[in-house]
Write a protein of this length. Structure first.
Length: 141
Protein backbone atom coordinates (compact mmCIF):
# COMPACT_ATOMS: atom_id res chain seq x y z
CA UNK A 1 0.00 0.00 0.00
CA UNK A 2 1.37 3.40 -0.95
CA UNK A 3 1.49 6.31 1.43
CA UNK A 4 -0.80 8.46 -0.68
CA UNK A 5 -3.60 5.88 -0.97
CA UNK A 6 -3.39 5.15 2.76
CA UNK A 7 -3.50 8.86 3.60
CA UNK A 8 -6.61 9.53 1.54
CA UNK A 9 -8.34 6.48 2.97
CA UNK A 10 -7.65 7.87 6.43
CA UNK A 11 -10.17 10.69 5.93
CA UNK A 12 -12.68 8.90 3.70
CA UNK A 13 -14.32 7.33 6.75
CA UNK A 14 -15.46 10.82 7.75
CA UNK A 15 -17.83 10.97 4.77
CA UNK A 16 -20.53 8.30 4.48
CA UNK A 17 -20.03 6.61 1.11
CA UNK A 18 -23.05 5.29 -0.82
CA UNK A 19 -22.59 2.23 -3.00
CA UNK A 20 -23.96 3.96 -6.13
CA UNK A 21 -21.15 6.50 -6.62
CA UNK A 22 -17.40 6.45 -6.31
CA UNK A 23 -16.06 7.58 -2.96
CA UNK A 24 -14.17 10.52 -4.50
CA UNK A 25 -17.25 11.79 -6.33
CA UNK A 26 -19.32 11.45 -3.17
CA UNK A 27 -16.66 13.24 -1.14
CA UNK A 28 -16.58 16.11 -3.65
CA UNK A 29 -20.37 16.44 -3.56
CA UNK A 30 -20.29 16.37 0.25
CA UNK A 31 -17.64 19.09 0.40
CA UNK A 32 -19.51 21.29 -2.11
CA UNK A 33 -22.42 21.42 0.34
CA UNK A 34 -20.14 22.97 2.95
CA UNK A 35 -18.76 26.49 3.01
CA UNK A 36 -15.06 25.96 2.30
CA UNK A 37 -14.07 28.67 4.78
CA UNK A 38 -15.68 26.54 7.52
CA UNK A 39 -13.80 23.34 6.66
CA UNK A 40 -11.90 21.44 9.30
CA UNK A 41 -8.36 20.16 8.68
CA UNK A 42 -9.86 16.76 7.77
CA UNK A 43 -12.20 18.30 5.20
CA UNK A 44 -9.26 20.21 3.70
CA UNK A 45 -7.39 16.90 3.48
CA UNK A 46 -10.37 15.27 1.74
CA UNK A 47 -10.46 18.09 -0.79
CA UNK A 48 -6.74 17.70 -1.47
CA UNK A 49 -7.32 14.02 -2.22
CA UNK A 50 -10.24 14.76 -4.53
CA UNK A 51 -8.32 17.35 -6.57
CA UNK A 52 -5.33 15.04 -7.02
CA UNK A 53 -2.92 16.40 -4.42
CA UNK A 54 -2.74 13.22 -2.32
CA UNK A 55 1.04 13.49 -2.06
CA UNK A 56 0.61 16.67 0.02
CA UNK A 57 -2.25 15.31 2.12
CA UNK A 58 -0.13 15.16 5.28
CA UNK A 59 0.83 18.85 5.00
CA UNK A 60 -2.73 19.98 5.75
CA UNK A 61 -2.59 18.16 9.07
CA UNK A 62 1.02 19.05 9.81
CA UNK A 63 0.36 22.77 9.27
CA UNK A 64 -3.25 22.71 10.60
CA UNK A 65 -4.74 24.02 7.34
CA UNK A 66 -8.44 24.61 7.88
CA UNK A 67 -10.68 26.01 5.17
CA UNK A 68 -10.29 29.55 6.49
CA UNK A 69 -6.51 29.27 6.28
CA UNK A 70 -6.66 27.51 2.91
CA UNK A 71 -8.39 30.55 1.42
CA UNK A 72 -5.58 32.82 2.60
CA UNK A 73 -2.63 30.78 1.33
CA UNK A 74 -0.28 32.36 -1.17
CA UNK A 75 2.70 31.00 -3.10
CA UNK A 76 5.14 31.81 -0.29
CA UNK A 77 2.98 29.98 2.28
CA UNK A 78 2.71 26.92 0.06
CA UNK A 79 6.46 26.84 -0.45
CA UNK A 80 7.01 27.19 3.29
CA UNK A 81 4.73 24.18 3.81
CA UNK A 82 7.12 22.13 1.71
CA UNK A 83 5.62 22.18 -1.79
CA UNK A 84 8.67 23.28 -3.74
CA UNK A 85 7.79 22.37 -7.33
CA UNK A 86 6.58 25.50 -9.09
CA UNK A 87 4.06 23.60 -11.21
CA UNK A 88 2.50 22.00 -8.14
CA UNK A 89 2.30 25.33 -6.30
CA UNK A 90 0.69 27.08 -9.27
CA UNK A 91 -1.79 24.24 -9.81
CA UNK A 92 -2.76 24.17 -6.13
CA UNK A 93 -3.21 27.95 -6.04
CA UNK A 94 -5.45 27.76 -9.12
CA UNK A 95 -7.59 25.11 -7.40
CA UNK A 96 -7.80 27.17 -4.20
CA UNK A 97 -8.78 30.33 -6.09
CA UNK A 98 -11.38 28.41 -8.11
CA UNK A 99 -12.82 26.90 -4.94
CA UNK A 100 -13.24 30.22 -3.19
CA UNK A 101 -14.35 32.13 -6.30
CA UNK A 102 -17.05 29.51 -6.92
CA UNK A 103 -18.18 29.78 -3.31
CA UNK A 104 -18.34 33.59 -3.57
CA UNK A 105 -20.35 33.39 -6.80
CA UNK A 106 -22.85 31.06 -5.15
CA UNK A 107 -23.23 33.44 -2.21
CA UNK A 108 -23.72 36.45 -4.48
CA UNK A 109 -26.24 34.58 -6.62
CA UNK A 110 -28.25 33.62 -3.55
CA UNK A 111 -28.81 37.28 -2.69
CA UNK A 112 -29.39 38.55 -6.24
CA UNK A 113 -32.91 39.96 -6.67
CA UNK A 114 -35.19 37.86 -8.84
CA UNK A 115 -38.03 38.79 -11.13
CA UNK A 116 -41.29 37.10 -10.31
CA UNK A 117 -42.86 34.72 -12.84
CA UNK A 118 -45.78 37.11 -13.13
CA UNK A 119 -43.50 40.02 -14.02
CA UNK A 120 -41.67 37.91 -16.61
CA UNK A 121 -44.94 36.85 -18.26
CA UNK A 122 -46.25 40.42 -18.22
CA UNK A 123 -42.98 41.78 -19.59
CA UNK A 124 -42.37 43.88 -16.51
CA UNK A 125 -39.09 44.28 -14.75
CA UNK A 126 -39.39 44.36 -10.98
CA UNK A 127 -35.65 44.81 -10.68
CA UNK A 128 -34.38 48.29 -11.51
CA UNK A 129 -31.64 48.24 -14.10
CA UNK A 130 -28.42 49.58 -12.54
CA UNK A 131 -27.67 51.83 -15.57
CA UNK A 132 -31.13 53.34 -15.88
CA UNK A 133 -32.19 55.99 -13.47
CA UNK A 134 -35.76 56.16 -12.34
CA UNK A 135 -37.59 59.27 -13.47
CA UNK A 136 -37.83 61.99 -10.88
CA UNK A 137 -41.32 62.31 -9.60
CA UNK A 138 -42.18 65.70 -8.31
CA UNK A 139 -44.84 66.19 -5.75
CA UNK A 140 -46.36 69.55 -5.30
CA UNK A 141 -47.35 70.09 -1.74
Amino acid sequence: MTLKSHSCRKVQHLTPTPTTTSSLTHTLLFLKKLDASDWTVEETQRWMCVIGFERYFHLAEQHEITGAILGELDDEDIMEMGIVKLGHRKALLKKIHALFNEAENVKQDAFRPRRSSFDIVMGKSSIPHPHHSTPNTRRDT
